[in-house]
Design a protein around this ligand. Structure first.
Ligand SMILES: [Zn+2]
Length: 371
């Protein structure tokens, strides 16, 4: 099952939701409703608190989205291709398809999101303080101002992969001209903050029975693993330097033809080694990939009535790479795909296929993943 689903496009950028966001949305509404608003604006009715909470949580959601759109628009202006924005447990993540081209562009892209949060926070606080709305509206605006400014401060911590960490890395990268060194320092600080938050969170929970301690520890844990991910990604891209898809792919693979039935295809495989995936072709065109598990998914009695074409993943659903693409780009694409496998084409024709384990093997040989 795919944990994220697309909810729409804004300015051509795909916006997705991770299911975890729905849980967070409910938790935010709940905690605003039972504790934050009753404490901040006592004496209102139950219905009022609930409406304030739903509206506040929804506008908070829009604020995070605008923060990410800020990153994306500046990224696009700096010539980067945007894969999309995913909102999940702890906010938003913008997926970029490639690496930052220069310290300057990483700095501008990194600072764009916090700039949006700053503007939003200032607008909400300004409205709450300067305009005389009714208490529920004022209360909602005040919380939105506070939460956007909190988001701003958190994101500006100089800890990779937070925005502040990107800003720090871009500065270090600029100062010394060494991207790898800058990444290690900024990710190291990220890990440090991660440990601090986990420790602080556990302490808060144990000593004061405070539920915020759990939140803090969770965020710390997220930061710790994401910072580790940045370093592993760096090491992987260093190990893959100079390699291309043509060096890693499986050549001349066994193919399935789109208009044969699963039964015919399985018969044609008889006696040959089984792969986990087969490219699907028709009259020289590459149409998609047929994972073995899609065949196994149907009972044997259906194999003679089901066409390969109706059981495959179309080429719009799987990564399609060129022999000349860099191994690092291939890794990024394959990690983002659902089945971690992709087709390899060149000059319009199928030449092979590649799986993430082909790249993993090389990484192991070059011992990039030291633990
Ligand atoms: Zn951001």
């Amino acid at each position: 099952m795919n944990p994220t689903f697309t909810i729409g496009r804004i300015a051509g950028i795909r916006i997705s939701l991770n299911w975890s966001w729905l849980i967070i949305f409910a938790l935010i509404v709940w905690s605003l409703d039972v504790s934050v608003f009753p404490a901040q604006n006592p004496g209102l009715s139950h219905a009022t608190y609930l409406i304030m909470s739903v509206v506040a949580a929804f506008v908070f959601f829009l604020s995070i989205l605008l923060h990410e759109i800020g990153h994306s628009i500046v990224a696009r202006r700096n010539g980067m291709e945007i894969e999309g924005i995913t909102l999940w447990l702890f906010g938003g993540v913008s997926q970029f398809k490639e690496k930052f081209s220069s310290p300057g562009s990483e700095f501008r892209i990194g600072i764009a999101g916090p700039a949006v949060s700053l503007v939003l926070g200032a607008i909400f606080v300004g409205l709450a303080v300067m305009v005389n709305f009714t208490t529920p509206v004022d209360g909602t605006l005040a919380w939105l101002g506070y939460i956007n400014l909190l988001l701003l401060v958190f994101n500006l911590l100089p800890a990779l992969p937070l925005d502040g960490g990107r800003v720090l890395r871009s500065a270090l990268w600029k100062a010394k001209g060494d991207f790898a060194w800058a990444t290690r320092i900024a990710a190291g600080i990220g890990k440090g903050f991660g440990y601090l938050m986990i420790g602080g969170g556990v302490l808060l929970f144990v000593a004061y029975r405070s539920a915020s301690g759990i939140w803090l520890a969770l965020i710390g844990w997220f930061l710790l693993s994401a910072a580790g991910g940045e370093v592993r990604y760096l090491e992987a891209s260093q190990a893959l330097e100079g390699l291309h898809v043509r060096d890693l792919m499986t050549r001349d693979p066994v193919t399935a033809s789109a208009d044969e039935t699963l039964g015919q295809f399985m018969d044609s495989l008889a006696g040959r080694a089984k792969h986990s995936t087969y490219p699907v072709v028709s009259n020289g065109d590459v149409l998609g990939l047929l994972p073995f598990r899609s065949i196994a998914h149907f009972p044997r009695s259906d194999w003679d009535s089901r066409l390969v074409r109706d059981s495959m993943l179309g080429s719009d659903q799987v990564p399609v790479l060129d022999t000349e693409d860099s191994a690092e780009d291939a890794l990024t694409e394959l990690m983002g795909g659902e089945i971690h496998r992709g087709l390899v084409v060149h000059d319009g024709g199928l030449v092979g296929f590649i799986s993430i384990s082909d790249i993993g093997r090389v990484l192991n040989q070059r011992s990039a993943f030291r633990r």
